[in-house]
Design a protein around this ligand. Structure first.
Ligand code: ADP
Ligand code: MG
Length: 234
């Protein structure tokens, strides 16, 4: 396994008002691995993911200290450096949420939405990249004949794979997933687990999950969050 850290975090502190949620955490995540982050509800798991794509910024009274560096083009870049381009970060660090959140539009438009947002107008390139992303998300065969159908007509598991495809179309180097299977049945969850194992060849994956059985099956490393700290789960 490639042991280069993709992400290096030093002395991370995160608080909402005066409540410290993450307390002096230093941790590294290797490339081409799946790390599962577990722990009870309200302990700071989702907050931690948002530190990695700066999604928390704008939350009133939230405060962060510490360094978060990610290896991009062979150089560790501090993602909180004022010179770091936020839209570029959001392309390189993709995120998938607990409840599938397709946009009220067709399957094709959903998956290609981030590319269009980036200003890509080449229709051939868009449809090629959409197909690739849907294939990577194990969804292509199920939707190739109905790309113009409303995405909300898909099953929950398919919707979540569509959301994964929508993140993958930008070819992210880091993929954050916040309880991605929490709203799915076992069969749909297993498809997503298999898909994540394939994806780690190209992305560094951090996944919040409540399901220890699940994470033991697919994670290279399990971190338990407790009292503001990270503990390696043996
Ligand atoms: P988890 O994902 O582990 O369930 P969260 O990261 O969502 O936990 O939340 C950690 C703690 O921070 C919780 O106590 C939660 O109530 C609090 N919290 C989360 N978001 C906010 C916010 N926007 N403002 C104030 N407190 C928040
Ligand atoms: Mg959460």
């Amino acid at each position: 396994m490639n042991q280069t850290p993709k992400i290096k975090i030093k002395n991370l502190m995160f608080a909402y008002d005066k409540t410290i949620v993450l307390n002096d955490i230093s941790v590294e995540f290797d490339e081409q691995t799946i790390t599962a982050i577990t722990g009870p509800s309200g302990i700071g798991k989702s907050t931690f993911l948002t530190v990695l794509n700066r999604l928390w910024e704008g939350t009133p009274n939230a405060k962060m200290e510490g360094q978060v560096s990610i290896l991009f083009d062979d150089t560790y870049r501090n993602i909180y450096d004022p010179s770091f381009d936020l839209p570029a970060l959001r392309c390189k660090v993709g995120m998938v949420f607990q409840t599938p959140n397709p946009l009220p539009m067709s399957i094709m438009k959903n998956v290609s939405f981030p590319l269009k947002l980036k200003g890509c107008k080449d229709r051939k390139q868009i449809s090629e990249k959409a197909e690739q992303a849907l294939k990577k998300a194990f969804l292509w065969n199920e939707v190739k004949a109905r790309l113009n159908d409303d995405a909300r007509s898909l099953s929950g598991g398919q919707q979540q794979r569509l959301c994964i495809a929508r993140a993958l179309i930008l070819e992210p180097e880091v993929l954050l997933l916040d309880e991605p299977t929490a709203s799915l049945d076992e069969t749909a969850s297993t498809v997503i687990e298999d898909l994540l194992v394939q994806l780690k060849k190209q992305c560094t994956i951090l996944m919040v999950s409540h399901y220890l059985d699940q994470v033991k099956r697919i994670a290279d490393r399990i971190i338990e969050v407790s009292d503001g700290k990270f503990f390696n789960h043996s």
